[in-house]
Design a protein around this ligand. Structure first.
Ligand code: COI
Length: 359
């Protein structure tokens, strides 16, 4: 859908009367339950974005017939803001989130977001709530941009109206411990020709059942395999996957059933910078099974905005659990996690110019 009205956009700001910041225990942050003072909102109607505003974080009201509740025309992004020792607040590759959001929007028949709506809204919000960006080691401000269909109509067709919003939450790590994952060969997250590459709500709903079954059996998540044959490894929960086998780092090639993760992309770039051989290709379950049995999987980890670089402790397959070495100094996962952290915190040169200053 293309926009016909290119009106000059400005953002109005309504501040909270009293900040909730003093109530927050920054030493004990859960993931995704504490929300900062303000949120950004923009409305899409008559083929254009209107009424850009930063307002106090609050519930919103809508009709029970609002189409997103019924047909899931809903997309989102996940990104983070980092506070450096000098108080500078930085975003990591926000242009990548902006681009991916519009890729998702196109797939879901939603309007594209104008760059200034996304970027200016984001920066205004983060600047206003910069006190909410944690300074503690390992904690960050998680940012959730999202868009949903807002028509009050239950006929099945793309909505004419949408809301784009951004809220933020100070968070600690997503996984508190190294993860146990099981290769899933019955259920499917995403199919060829489907929406797996889009960051859309339904993909996450589709993932819950198999993940819950795995959790009942003591795993944190499943490793998704391709929907056609369940023969090829795709991704895991909210993460892209990497294995280091016989000295080479491998990750599933992108396609219409794999999310194009920004952490994934950054890790591939850093691997190249380090001179670490890295391959993006089809990875068969058979190959992984054989390498696990022969003890050739040197490392396995998940990568994502929320999960950062999360060590995989155990891979379960066909009733057998294979334990993997921990992510300790000297491993690739440790080095890449530390390097990402140091780039974000301004402790090493940001040679790919990934960081964008906000305040
Ligand atoms: C992210 O890493 O930002 C995600 O999308 C994970 C989220 C679903 C918790």
């Amino acid at each position: 859908m293309t926009e016909t009205v290119e009106e000059k956009l400005s953002i109005r700001t309504e501040k909270v009367e009293k900040s909730r910041l003093p109530e927050v225990d920054f030493e004990n942050l859960p993931f995704g339950r504490v929300f900062s003072d303000h949120m950004f909102v923009a409305d899409y109607k008559d083929n254009g974005w209107h009424d850009l505003r930063v307002v106090p974080y609050a519930n919103i009201s809508f009709s029970p017939a609002m189409s997103t509740l019924h047909y899931a025309q809903s997309i989102f992004e996940g990104m983070k803001a980092y506070k450096r020792a000098d108080g500078g607040v930085y975003l990591f590759r926000p242009d990548e989130n902006f681009n991916r959001m519009n890729i998702s929007a196109n797939r879901m028949c939603m309007p594209e977001i104008r760059e200034e709506v996304f970027m200016d809204g984001l920066k205004e919000l983060i600047k206003l709530d910069q006190g909410w960006v944690p300074g503690q080691e390992g904690s960050t401000l998680y940012i959730r941009p999202f868009m949903f269909a807002a028509d009050d109509f239950i006929g099945v067709r793309p909505s004419d109206t949408y809301k784009f919003m951004i809220f933020t939450c100070p968070v600690a790590s997503y996984y508190a411990e190294p993860v146990r994952v099981r290769i899933e060969t019955d259920y499917t997250r995403a199919a060829k020709g489907g929406v797996g590459y889009a960051k859309t709500a339904g993909n996450y709903a589709a993932s819950l059942y198999a993940a819950r079954n795995a959790q009942k059996d003591g795993y944190h998540q499943v490793i998704w395999t391709d929907g056609a044959e369940h023969k090829y490894i795709e991704e895991s929960g909210t993460m892209n996957l990497f294995f280091k086998i016989d000295g080479t780092l491998v990750t599933a090639a992108l396609g219409d059933s794999v999310l194009n993760g920004i952490t994934r992309k950054s890790i591939i770039q850093l691997a190249k910078d380090f001179g670490q051989p890295v391959e993006e290709r089809r990875i068969s379950v058979e190959e992984i099974d054989k390498a696990l049995k022969e003890g050739r999987v040197e490392e396995a980890f998940g990568a994502g905005t929320a999960a950062v670089v999360s060590s995989i402790k155990t891979v379960g397959h066909q009733g057998t659990d294979y334990d993997l070495p921990p992510m300790v100094e000297g491993t690739f996962a440790y080095k890449v996690k530390e390097t990402l952290h140091n780039i974000r915190m301004g402790k090493v040169e940001d040679k790919h110019q990934w960081m964008v200053k906000v305040n």
